[in-house]
Design a protein around this ligand. Structure first.
Ligand code: SAH
Length: 388
């Protein structure tokens, strides 16, 4: 298996559009202020517009009633406030909602809303597809990969807030209270766009979701972890999934570049860690592969000294996947060992499996049928190897 380099990834399309207007969504405050200065507007104008766009969800300059009419007209000629289009919306039996968001160049990404009693979590994509090819993840079977722009990342949130009618709700009953960068793609391979988007999301005069309610999940792009912690201060989740390099090399091929020892060192050094702010280690439960009591004990030794919790994720199957989910008893046994060692070990309850919205089930290209056949061929080949 070859390890694709993230430098093979296409960048996002440039902001220029055929009609000459520019996407306003995704510009940071400084950029917005500069653009308005170029139109002869004072700095406070940027703040006014920011509040309309990110605080109230306005999609039309005409609605900005404290902006003079000629300027509204000028803004509409200069900028667009487009969000990704909703290609499809699916609702799971358990209330989980999945949108296929269509981008301006025709590519698509998936965004998932997971309602819970005490929170509503939005799971956001950072790339179209993913280069990491983790063996158990559906997204990795998608061929083309392109980075999303900051605007396309924020756009997924705006889209969800629109569809969930969240703009007019008061803080206490917002349906989107938390954000997880756990959708399609590796966020630390698209750091600039992700950081730009999260800074917009955290801005107190806009969407205003605090860094404490934002979690970024990485498969372990070691060189980017410290910067993420220092600059964004968001919670970090690390997709560990195996306790030996031999197994992790196979499950998460990125491990060949950044092996477990380096990953653990970067976790220990993550800025701002303490008992109130722990790293979440994600660990997918694969039957007979990584779910033994010995694995659990090795895991505990590996993370010794790191303020951490372990999120056990029952494997979510997808068409053509080669693994099975561990038995409930094996998961419970594993969780008990981790818990007894003093780490919280919540089992992530699968949400939205019926609409392929659960962890690792996202995939969005139009060659779906071909992809499934290819995956099925791989599975069949593995079966033959096992039988031989
Ligand atoms: N690239 C980032 C973001 C993806 S987050 C990362 O790897 O962390 C999605 C999480 O779901 C990751 O922990 C991923 O390893 C896990 N996952 C992928 N496929 C899965 C599957 N089929 N079942 C359960 N979890 C899966």
């Amino acid at each position: 298996m070859s390890l694709a380099s993230h430098t093979d990834v296409f960048g996002p399309p440039t902001a220029a559009r055929a009609d000459g207007r520019e996407a306003l969504i995704g510009l940071d405050r400084d950029a917005l202020t500069q653009r308005l200065a170029a139109l002869g507007e004072p700095a406070f104008r940027a703040r006014q517009i920011w509040r309309w766009v990110y605080g109230r969800g306005v999609t039309d300059f005409a609605a900005m009633t404290d902006v003079a009419r000629p300027l509204r007209q000028r803004l509409a000629e200069t900028f667009v406030l487009d969000r990704p289009a909703v290609a499809t919306e699916q609702v799971s039996r358990d209330g989980t909602r999945k949108w296929l968001a269509g981008l301006a160049d025709g590519h698509k990404v998936e965004t998932v809303h997971i309602p819970e009693e005490d929170r509503g979590t939005l799971c956001i994509s950072s790339q179209v597809g993913c280069t990491l090819t983790c063996r158990f993840c559906h997204t990795g079977t998608q061929r083309l990969v392109r980075n999303l722009s900051a605007g396309e990342i924020v756009g997924q949130i705006l889209l969800a807030l629109d569809r969930l009618d969240d703009w007019r709700r008061s803080d206490g009953d917002r349906t989107v209270s938390n954000i997880v960068m756990m959708g399609m793609g590796e966020p630390l391979y698209n750091y600039e766009s992700v950081a730009g988007a999260l800074k917009i999301v955290m801005d107190g005069e806009g969407i205003s979701i605090s860094r404490r309610r934002i979690t970024l999940s990485t498969a372990g792009v070691v060189p980017m972890m410290a910067r993420c912690g220092a600059e964004l201060g968001v919670n970090l989740a690390v997709s560990l999934h195996a306790v030996t390099d031999a197994l992790r090399d196979e499950l998460v091929p990125l491990n060949r570049k950044y092996p477990i020892a380096e990953l653990m060192a970067a976790c220990r050094a993550y800025p701002g860690l303490n008992n109130a702010r722990r790293i979440t280690f994600e660990y997918v439960m694969l039957k007979g592969i990584n779910d033994s009591p010995a694995d659990a004990r090795a895991l505990v030794r590996l993370i010794a000294g790191i303020p951490a919790k372990i999120n056990l994720i029952p494997f979510n199957p997808w068409p053509g996947s080669a693994y099975e989910c561990s038995d409930d008893a094996a998961i419970a046994r594993f969780a008990r060992i981790v818990l007894d060692a003093g780490y919280a070990s919540p089992i992530r309850s699968p949400r939205g499996r019926d609409i392929l919205a659960a962890c690792g089930q996202l995939r969005s290209d139009s060659t779906r049928a071909g992809g499934i056949r290819a995956a099925a061929r791989r599975t069949a080949a593995q079966g033959r190897t096992a039988a031989a």
